[in-house]
Design a protein around this ligand. Sequence first.
Ligand SMILES: Nc1ncnc2c1ncn2[C@@H]1O[C@H](COP(=O)(O)OP(=O)(O)OP(=O)(O)O)[C@@H](O)[C@H]1O
Ligand SMILES: [Mg+2]
Length: 315
Amino acid sequence: MIELRAVSKRFPGAAGHAVDRLTLMVPSGKTCALIGPSGCGKTTTIRMVNRLIEPTSGQILVEGQDVMSVDPVQLRRRIGYVIQQVGLFPHMTVAENVATVPRLLRWPKKRIVQRVEEMLHLVGLEPAEFVHRYPRHLSGGQRQRVGVARALAADPPVMLMDEPFGAVDPVVRSRLQGEFVNIMRDLKKTVVFVTHDVDEAIRMGDLVAIMKDGRLLQCDPPDRLLAAPKDTFVADFVGTDRALKRLALVKVGEAAEPLQAPPDAPSLLSESSLRDALAVLLAHGAETAAVVDSAGARVGRLSLGTIREAAARPA
Ligand SMILES: Nc1ncnc2c1ncn2[C@@H]1O[C@H](COP(=O)(O)OP(=O)(O)OP(=O)(O)O)[C@@H](O)[C@H]1O
Ligand SMILES: [Mg+2]
């Protein structure tokens, strides 16, 4: 668990607070997306969690421990950190980069080698191909994967990630997002990640925290945020297509009725989203679609009416 209690930061000489009485709780194993306009205090917030920046006032607990009472070096070994702009060591190979913290912890050599291979597999990089390469010989997306592998290498329970997918193109980005969500869930990490991208926040966060001018405006699960934004800033920020974004969060299989669809109905995969379902129905000019599982068996039906109800349902 990560808990911030009325945390503020004022940089020396600055007119106002970079972070202003921020209170936020991320339960163990959950991912919180931190989002807001440039300069609103996101990076400052996560850097206070691992004490790269010290708060002016307030309290921060990581797994119940006040970060100010722990040795910062010890603290940082338990917290994986992926910085804005990746930050790999350019003069070190991929293997050496990933091994940074295990080496600091003086793990036996054999264990380090194993761990590096395991982590590269996890982020989808073939170890034999990548261990000896230098960061300059990697694509932006590959660098970002190495950054994530490095942060995960010592198996820290907590991960802080500052725009981890900032430098990659939209296609790779969307694949990395999906993989990243699965990795973090499987490993049960507690994660705070910063993003500029509302869709990314909604897709990846169990919680989405919106900041403005150093303050937290709203922190809620994505569906709740979209259904009930607290004020006009949040509503504008999450966008005018809120109803469509909510539909993207629900799988066809979750909303389908266990009934027969007409024989000529278009089919929908139960794994796809209601947003995709709407597009298919509109494209076919159909009221109802047949829902099929990954093996192609018909498992139910989905109608426009059901989609309409899902969009209107309170969170
Ligand atoms: N070391 C520093 N000294 C003085 N002011 C700082 C320092 N670091 C950050 N700030 C100021 O604090 C505010 C918050 O900065 P921060 O880096 O946390 O923003 P951010 O939300 O991460 O922005 P971005 O989305 O552009 O990365 C900004 O006004 C910034 O200029
Ligand atoms: Mg930042």
